[in-house]
Design a protein around this ligand. Sequence first.
Ligand SMILES: CC(=O)SCCNC(=O)CCNC(=O)[C@H](O)C(C)(C)COP(=O)(O)OP(=O)(O)OC[C@H]1O[C@@H](n2cnc3c(N)ncnc32)[C@H](O)[C@@H]1OP(=O)(O)O
Ligand SMILES: O=C([O-])CC(=O)C(=O)O
Length: 371
Amino acid sequence: MSDKKGLEGVVAAESRISSIIGSQLTYCGYEIDDLAENALFEEVVFLLWNDRLPNQDELENFQSKMFDYMTLNPRIYDHFAEYAADQVHPMTAVRTALSYLAHFDPNAEDMSDEANQEKSIRIQAKIASVVAAFSRIRNDQEVIRPKEGLTYAANFLYMLNGEEPNDTQVEAMNKALVLHADHELNASTFTARVCVATLSDVYSGVSAAAGALKGPLHGGANERVMQMLSEIESVDAVEGYLEEKFANKEKIMGMGHRVYKEGDPRAKYLKDMSKKLTDQAGEPEFYEKSIKIAEVVEREKGLLPNVDFFSATVYHSLGIDHDLFTPIFAVSRVSGWLAHILEQYQDNRLIRPRAEYIGQTGKKYEPIENR
Ligand SMILES: CC(=O)SCCNC(=O)CCNC(=O)[C@H](O)C(C)(C)COP(=O)(O)OP(=O)(O)OC[C@H]1O[C@@H](n2cnc3c(N)ncnc32)[C@H](O)[C@@H]1OP(=O)(O)O
Ligand SMILES: O=C([O-])CC(=O)C(=O)O
């Protein structure tokens, strides 16, 4: 039993969406390197949902639909003003918003394949606007509507910052979105599949998944990486900082992985981007500290950086608030959750494992005055 704690190594679904073999990650048969170098995030989303890349017409149609759905019902802004007043974490806001989006979808309860495809486009389109609008509202800034003709990555940055991003920024965001889109049965995707396997609706699936992504052992690690980098004063302070963490048996965020033991194939792209962007931002010390952390953790623990490690400095260099890092992960990963939700519906069976009981036995009810 204990060797299966955390379901390590357990195959719990058949899937055509992404595969991990050793350190090789593929989406629907395409190597992540190929997609990271060449693909637009929208193409990848189409690929994950349709098991093939779109042609030019299909892509334009998909982008135009996505653009139409990017606009949010203004009632959501009132909600956001309340969350902002309560100072909720943006990931809490995203989780609530994903559920709230169902209120404005006339087909939220329609379980036909067509309705579920349509809901997927709506959700993918709106999550970028949700993260951007929440960020602006909590900073007392005006909400920026999406701009026609921009790619998904460019529009996201535009709505977030209120100005059109430059090519380097768009390329970095597009690549980050492609790299985070799907990852087999990671914890949040598994959560989505468990949820919809009860035949609950798509909005329930993505809200549940967002809750799982938020945790620091999963998507929440990227924000904590930046926290660690901010706490460490200099490259020379890295060894001492980590020694103390090891002594306290604390985990080093952004390091290690349940499946990849020889390295996460996504990390090298984020590492390269981190180098370039921290240099451009005039903050090379963040990259230098990251390199030193990775070196010490590998030497002491044999662990390598995962996708969350260098994404932190990439987002920081793009001027993004640190508590928006995990919401950005959600902007990308919702595409994978939706792909898995659609796949689960196609060949569904309730997911309901068993537990080995290790609790007390033979107890008898005692009246309260005798306890
Ligand atoms: C997108 C993503 O979700 S990627 C992962 C993001 N999460 C993080 O970066 C958080 C830090 N990393 C971790 O917590 C882990 O490596 C995980 C959760 C990613 C994978 O964990 P698991 O495969 O379950 O490994 P588990 O947590 O059982 O650790 C095994 C051993 O390695 C150690 N270990 C694993 N990761 C780390 C780490 N980052 N820092 C220090 N020690 C670690 C554990 O303390 C444990 O040591 P022990 O056997 O002496 O008790
Ligand atoms: O697969 C995992 O366990 C975590 C991960 O890297 C991801 O979700 O991208």
